[in-house]
Design a protein around this ligand. Structure first.
Ligand code: GLA
Length: 431
């Protein structure tokens, strides 16, 4: 027992400080027992991906402590491919990956991380590279022989048909399982054929429920052919019953820190908006795939991506996706049940002005009169014990992410508290 615990600490150094973050290599656990978390090349690099970038990102994930926070999968998106050889085996582009994917996987594994790769259920990928259609078993075997741990599988150049999509994903899902290697299968169908209904049966551990999220806050913008952060949040509502250990709804990758400089455009977001994306993705138990260039990210981006209390909401072992419990004007209240009777609550201000948002115990599914200790996970401050509701002033486009813990033996009635006064200089928490 002690030996097992000690070896777990050695294998997963972050365990002591963040015990829920390092998915156990326990065979009783499903793959992706908690939402996959890591980095993906697409949002920043697009076509410009190469092995030097991938190694550099992996090095930084370790050096900056992101690995200890649970960030684990380094995913190479489209444009790594270099066609097929005479026997039909898929090849890496030798100019971008001169040492091949196997060497890179060995390097990533040596860092205690895992490698992801990308392909497509059509004969070409979205970027016009070679796809896996008709080569599923061979490509799955190749990926496994390289030591790949994660496959993002896109749906460009494939038929619209619902049943055909299920067939194609099931073919690759089964091919991956047949390799005997645990490879997380990320279904990237974007949502039109409701993959939350069949993704798990097709072998998927996660499935996209929305189109690509751009570096943009609100409405879809034709010029960028992507949706905003808010649209992806809304697309996530009502699918919470489909998510759980081993199968997650995926509202696409994080745009946090892109600053309109990446491959994925949209005009850019403010730091508050990026923080809202992180808050809501964690509330939604979404896969957390960082999209910015970790090697050069600024301090504010690092702050948003590395808050252990926020990441713990995403990775909570109960494995529940949050849902919206109230929508009033431009404000939302969301709740996510956590292990041990705790609750995460997000107060999301979608509007352009500061707003007071009230989280009512009844709406949260809590017993009226029950005492809960409320903690602000971004400021790391306990805000007091509350009995029937909690109200706060939330800035424009801001999300207040709270954790509610049942207070033991407390019988106080409604409590008044003053907050940190971060918004507009006035008290944040309102009596
Ligand atoms: C699609 C996917 C993106 C990315 C690109 C690559 O648009 O939704 O996430 O993988 O293809 O070409």
């Amino acid at each position: 027992m002690v030996t097992g615990f000690l070896s777990a600490i050695i294998l997963c150094p972050g365990l002591l400080s963040f015990w829920n973050s390092c998915p156990a290599e326990n065979t009783n656990q499903p793959l992706a027992a908690t939402p996959p978390i890591g980095w993906n090349s697409w949002n920043t690099f697009g076509e410009q991906i190469n092995e030097e970038v991938v190694r550099g990102v992996a090095d930084k994930i370790v050096a900056l402590g992101l690995k200890d926070l649970g960030y684990q999968y380094i995913v190479i998106d489209d444009h790594w491919e270099g066609g097929r050889d005479g026997q039909g085996h898929i090849l890496a582009n030798p100019k971008k990956f001169p040492h091949g994917i196997k060497m890179l996987a060995d390097y990533i594994h040596g860092q205690g991380l895992k490698l992801g790769i990308y392909s497509d259920a059509g004969d070409q990928t979205c970027g016009g590279e070679v796809g896996s259609y008709g080569h599923e078993a061979d490509d799955a075997a190749t990926f496994a022989s390289w030591g790949v741990d994660y496959l993002k599988y896109d749906y460009c150049n494939a038929p619209d048909d619902f049943q055909e999509a299920i067939r194609r994903y099931t073919t690759m899902g089964s091919a991956l399982k047949a390799t005997g290697r645990p490879i997380v299968f990320s279904i990237c169908e974007w949502g039109p054929r409701s993959p939350w209904l069949w993704g798990r049966q097709a072998g998927g551990e996660l499935w996209r429920i929305s189109f690509d999220v751009g570096d943009i806050w609100d409405t879809p913008h034709d010029a960028y052919s992507c949706i905003g952060i808010l649209a992806a949040i809304d697309a996530s509502a009502n699918h919470e019953d489909k998510a759980g250990p081993g199968g997650w709804n995926d509202p696409d990758m994080l745009v946090v820190g892109l600053g309109n400089k990446g491959n994925v455009k949209g005009g850019g977001c403010t730091s508050t908006e990026y923080q809202t994306q992180m808050s809501m993705w964690c509330l939604l138990a979404a896969p957390l795939m960082i999209g910015c260039d970790i090697r050069t990210m600024d301090a504010d981006t690092q702050r948003i991506l590395t808050n252990p209390e926020v990441i713990a909401v995403d990775q909570d072992k109960l494995g529940k996706q949050g849902n919206r419990v109230a929508r009033t004007g431009s404000t939302d209240v969301w709740r996510k049940p956590l292990a041990e009777g705790r609750l995460a609550v997000a107060l999301l201000n979608r509007g352009d002005a500061n707003a007071e948002i009230a989280a009512d115990w009844k709406a949260l599914g809590l017993e009226p009169g029950a005492n809960y200790e409320v903690r602000d996970l971004w400021s790391h401050k306990n805000l007091g014990t509350y009995t029937n509701s909690f109200t706060a002033k939330v800035g424009s486009h801001e999300t207040l992410l709270l954790r509610l813990v049942p207070a033991s033996g407390t019988t106080v009635a409604s409590k008044t508290a003053n907050g940190d006064g971060k918004v507009g200089g006035s008290a944040r928490v309102i009596p």
